[in-house]
Design a protein around this ligand. Structure first.
Ligand SMILES: O=C(O)C(=O)C[C@H](O)[C@H](O)CO
Ligand SMILES: [Mg+2]
Length: 403
């Protein structure tokens, strides 16, 4: 058995913060797992270093399911983003080790490829509708088959999804949270205009997505869904906060726009009712925040019973380690839908050398044994942790709102 003899947490900031777990076995095999929880990074680092790593030393690295159950049930305090991100990091690292020892890419251990490649969507953003369309046209020219459209809202200084850079979206940007301002009525006017312009410019052969980022009430989301139906959206993402899973019933009663939710979910219990009542079409839970490959497969298996497909979150705060793990999962899972792909900066790509590739709107995890991604520790050490927060959002009268 490959015995775990060492594990450590590596924190680095090649343009943004990433937390990585690296596990070493007695035969020298190493595995990596992403443990990044945007804006709350150090809590997971401490959870791993102070509470998980001591329990890993001496264990059989091949017993992935047993280690998962040991960390989940053994914590007593189940679920929650910090716990589940820490478990995910261990899980990813153990799949990486198993693949390396077997001499196989992880997707082969998950049952092999169910498709030739993984369709990804890019994030096209701009201050105005025209700017956004220009970026979307560029994505289309690069071969993207699916594009998420986010534009500024006239009369509002800033909003989710619109960054200073056309191609890199990075919301965590300050030593303390930035304050955004929100006006639902203004937003509801601009998005149908954006989709109308996009269909005129991009045609009908490309999937168009939109992220509402938890900002509408269910009835407002129903209204927006109806307004967008003529433009055939691929999905509306995070239409309303999902703590109350029943809320999605109301949206469903009013629109046939497909619904995607789950990037902040951390366990199957967050989406059980949404799935079993067929209130969504895509589940966006991710490898890093929802308990690793092991738990995400369980969520996907439940979703498959109800013809719900996967659509994993893949923003820049999910490291290349998570991206690699997601691609192995995506390639193998029967009910794959789409994968988000926000490219990382060259500095991040250099710290995390990886085998995955992008070509013509499709990605592939590559054939390297394990996850096919590593961390260059020397390079990582050159980028010191830099505290950053996600923004907060207030209504125009100052009321705290959903970001
Ligand atoms: O990429 C997305 O869909 C997002 O909603 C981005 C998130 O705001 C971001 O990953 C939070 O850390
Ligand atoms: Mg989102």
């Amino acid at each position: 058995m490959p015995k775990i003899v060492d594990a450590k947490v590596i924190i680095t900031c090649p343009g943004r913060n990433f937390v990585t777990l690296k596990i070493t076995c007695d035969d020298g095999t190493t595995g990596v797992g992403d443990a990044t929880l945007n804006g709350r990074e150090l809590s997971v680092a401490s959870y791993l270093t102070d509470h998980v790593i001591p329990c890993l030393i001496g264990r059989d690295a091949h017993r992935i399911e047993d280690v998962w159950q040991y960390l989940y049930k053994g914590a007593y305090w189940r679920r929650g983003p910090v716990t589940m991100t820490a478990i995910a990091a261990v899980d990813m690292a153990l799949w990486d080790i198993k693949g390396k020892i077997a001499g196989l890419p992880v997707y082969q251990l998950l049952g092999g490829a169910s498709r030739e490649g993984v369709m990804v969507y890019g994030h096209a953003n701009g201050t105005t509708i025209e700017d956004t369309i220009e970026v979307a046209l560029d994505y289309q020219a690069q071969g993207y088959k699916a594009i998420r459209l986010q534009c500024g809202v006239p009369g509002m200084a800033s909003t989710y999804g619109v960054s200073k850079d056309k191609y890199f979206y990075e919301p965590a940007d300050a030593d303390l949270p930035t304050e955004n301002v929100w006006n639902t009525a203004k937003y509801l006017r601009v998005v149908p205009e954006l989709f109308k312009a996009a269909r005129e410019a991009l045609g009908w052969d490309v999937h168009l997505l939109h992220d509402i980022h938890h900002r509408l009430t269910p009835i407002e989301a129903g209204r927006l869904g109806k307004d967008l139906e003529p433009y055939r959206p691929f999905w509306l993402e995070d239409a309303t906060p999902a703590e109350n899973q029943e809320a999605f019933k109301l949206i469903r009663q009013h629109t046939t726009a497909p619904l995607a939710v789950g990037e902040i979910f951390n366990s199957i219990w967050d989406c059980k009712d949404l799935i079993q009542n067929q209130l969504i079409d895509y589940i966006r839970a991710t490898v890093v925040h929802a308990g690793g490959i092991t738990h995400l497969r369980r969520i996907a298996a439940l979703a498959d019973l109800y013809q719900i497909r996967t659509g994993c979150h893949g923003a820049t705060d999910l490291s290349p380690v998570c991206m690699a793990a997601a691609l192995h999962f995506d390639l193998s899972v029967p009910n794959f839908g789409v994968q988000e792909y926000m490219r990382h900066t060259p500095e991040t790509d250099a710290v995390f050398p990886h085998a995955y590739t992008f070509e013509n709107g499709m990605m592939h995890p590559g054939e390297a044994p394990g996850l096919g991604v590593d961390i260059d520790e020397e390079l990582a050490a050159g980028y010191e942790y830099n505290r950053a927060f996600l923004p907060v959002n207030r209504l125009e009268d100052g009321t705290m709102y959903n970001w």
